[in-house]
Design a binder for this molecule. Sequence first.
Ligand code: HEM
Length: 494
Amino acid sequence: CFISMFLFHRQEGEPPVENGWIPYIGCALEFGANPLKFLQTRQRKYGDAFTCKIAGNFITFITDPFSYNSVVRHGKNLNFQAIALKISKRVFNHADFTDAKYGINYEEIHQIFNKTLQGFSLDPLTSSMMENLQFVMLQDKKSPDSSNWTTESLYAFSYRIMFEAGYLTLFGKNKKAMKQDNTEKVKAQHVAIQSVMENFKVFDNVFPALAGGIPLLFFKAAKQSRMALAQALSHNNLRQNGNKSQLIEQRMQLFDHSPALDELSKGKTHVTMLWASQANTLPATFWSVYYLIRSQEALQAVKNEIEDLLLVTNQKPGDMNNPIIFTREQLDSMRAMGSLINESLRLSSASIMLRVATENFVLTLDTGTNLAVRKGDQIGLYPQQLHLDPEIYEDPLEFKYNRFLDENGKEKTTFYKNGRKLKYYLMPFGSGVSMCPGRFFAINEIKQCLALLLCYYDMELLDATAPTPALDNSRAGFGILQPSHDVLFRYRMK
Ligand code: HEM
């Protein structure tokens, strides 16, 4: 009958299903408004696995963290790329490399991520970011009143510093601006990056809507901004820059060999990298700086680590001709700061992990329950549930900078639920095949930013007793959530 076209009936061995009451849309509105609340109420109603109809898709959510492994390790029948590609093509309008005419395959692209963002490749990235962060921060020092207090919004402040430094690190510096005393070119480069940043903001604001399937033609300004970003990242422009990251160098070489990619298409593929490298890092840096300066205890612990490191390495901040250098190993050794960043990520991350079933199969959960999964259905994990589970994290909504430190001051990696040790307890970077290849660099660059901010600035919130801003749920599912409003703070150069 007509109604059964919209309803999905439960078959033997399949999880309970919720169709929602609107045809096609299903539970999408309630889920989209607050995924965490939605999943928590359904978990109480149905247990650890249930299927929901969301915008035409059937998604089976697995909410028991002990069963996450069954999904993460189930590469054979569960595909990640199909969903990721569909969304990224929609959002970025980039070339579809599954089409043989481009002469490039996704395997080659993935290999470049792993080769250029991990292991030894982190060393040049780390030193370049260290230099660029100081380059950006010390621009302020040139103004005569930089030692007076300045009041600014913290999100805007951390955003502009991280964006510019991260951009220079990946996409390089203008070769003419790199020549000593070429202040005009340095200024022009700064202005050009500001313009990229403004376009990025406009485009990023509509990212959730585009990913959700609303066409770009409804967002005129964002359409122009996306085009401007692709033009800024054309190979002709990127060739003017020196000190580019290996990530971008190798992608440029790969794309230059394609017989079918034109200049604009190449730029569009780099916009995906700009987004991947900035969209989560920017709010993650904000939350880390915010919690750092809000808690005196955290601030003191982190300051001690930095002072110790400066002493051991015989460095003094403030000399523009001798920038501070912290190596990757030294950054790794800052455990209190590492814990503070993990705690900030725990409280702000809300990514969804989706896989699509490539055939009918049976998924065995940790409890031994066998779930029948239909071809075309999706399996979803939503680790924010895990991150805010009071059985795992006591007072889960509270920020505790040392939550990820053990009794010996090393990184704490043992967390329990119902007396059982968890394999997965913190997943801001996803897991398995879709795990973020930039995660080591991301943590490093946030550490560098915090360390250098404390080296160069005094900083304090204008109202340290004001409640922490709520999370803006409009980006739930896409990574680190932004604050619902900005907070004022004041800073001055030391
Ligand atoms: C993918 C999180 C920073 C590069 C991902 C994914 C997550 C994530 C959850 C998987 C998305 C999915 O399952 O579909 C984060 C967070 C970051 C961060 C929380 C910062 C705090 C970075 C940085 C870079 C980067 C700095 C690069 C410079 C990438 C790339 C992918 C990715 C290239 C796609 C990988 C693929 O297609 O397999 N990130 N990321 N990320 N991330 Fe990150």
